[in-house]
Design a protein around this ligand. Structure first.
Ligand code: ADP
Ligand code: MG
Length: 260
């Protein structure tokens, strides 16, 4: 009897995985005479976790900020899900919601409760009802382990808790991609892991993530790809295994010798 050919099952996730979600093509940016991003090309696929590392001043934060248009670019193109970044207005607010960002400083609204911090955006930008926003916010606060702090003000929480609230706030907008710019750099050492663990969970659940960090342990365990930047350029990129065991450039070797 001839072998039956069985076509593989097509699930929505299987067909989506591998698509480019964030495309950064030939991007250049200057601050006056400083060429801060030099012809950056980077494609991030749906579900991929890209960790960006490199010395201070190499342009990592600037690159992050161009992706949700907190900074403009001089040349090149950035697209999210095939759409060029909008310049202003409602479309820009929607883009910012699609691209969640978590900064080094937690940037929570100081005079709003933890819960309000998470519900405001979905109500204003996504048009959610108060009840729906609240329900989703409580789910997310639970997921990052701070649901018992919902009625407090940010200042009453530890740095690690505040940063987890910031993650929940970004997630509440149902972003397509999450950007993290040194999210643990301002934290006391004992709080770093609780935030990294939250991020690693998110990565495991399939979130597309671009993470700037000096936490090489996180890069090793959570990254699909490590991108090494120096002096405004992507100098090399590789899987974490390859990058850490066999860096190709002198600059990457030098950087690793200083931090590992
Ligand atoms: P990184 O995040 O890798 O430390 P940044 O993207 O913050 O690097 O900065 C890259 C370079 O751009 C640095 O030399 C920095 O001083 C400069 N820079 C950053 N922001 C500005 C700005 N708003 N105006 C002028 N120069 C800036
Ligand atoms: Mg930076």
């Amino acid at each position: 009897m001839p072998n039956q050919t069985v076509s593989p099952p097509t699930s929505p996730i299987a067909t989506q995985a591998g698509e480019t979600l964030v495309k950064i093509a030939n991007v250049n940016k200057h601050y006056g005479s400083l060429h801060v991003l030099k012809n950056i090309n980077l494609d991030v696929k749906r579900g991929e976790v890209v960790v960006v590392i490199g010395p201070s001043g190499s342009g990592k934060s600037t690159l992050c900020r161009t992706i949700n248009r907190l900074e403009t670019i001089d040349e090149g193109e950035i697209t999210i899900d095939g759409n060029p970044l909008p310049k202003e207005g409602k479309a820009l607010a929607k883009l910012r919601a699609d691209v969640g960002m978590v900064f080094q400083s937690f940037n929570l609204f100081a005079h709003k409760s933890v819960l309000q911090n998470v519900t405001l955006g979905p109500m204003k930008v996504r048009g959610k009802s108060s009840a729906a926003a609240k329900e989703r916010a409580m789910e997310l606060l639970k997921r990052v382990g701070v649901d018992n702090q919902a009625e407090k003000l940010p200042a009453q929480l530890s740095g690690g808790q505040q940063q987890r609230v910031a993650i929940a706030r970004a997630l509440a907008m149902s972003p397509k991609v999450m950007l993290f710019d040194e999210p643990t750099s301002a934290l006391d050492p004992e709080m770093i892991n609780e935030v990294l663990d939250t991020m690693a969970d998110l990565a495991r659940q399939g979130m597309t993530m671009i993470v700037v960090t000096h936490e090489m342990g996180f890069a090793r365990r959570a990254a699909d790809r490590v991108v090494f930047m120096a002096d405004g350029q992507i100098v090399e990129q590789n899987t974490p295994e390859e990058f850490f065991s066999n860096p190709q450039s002198e600059r990457a070797r030098d950087f690793l010798s200083k931090i590992l």
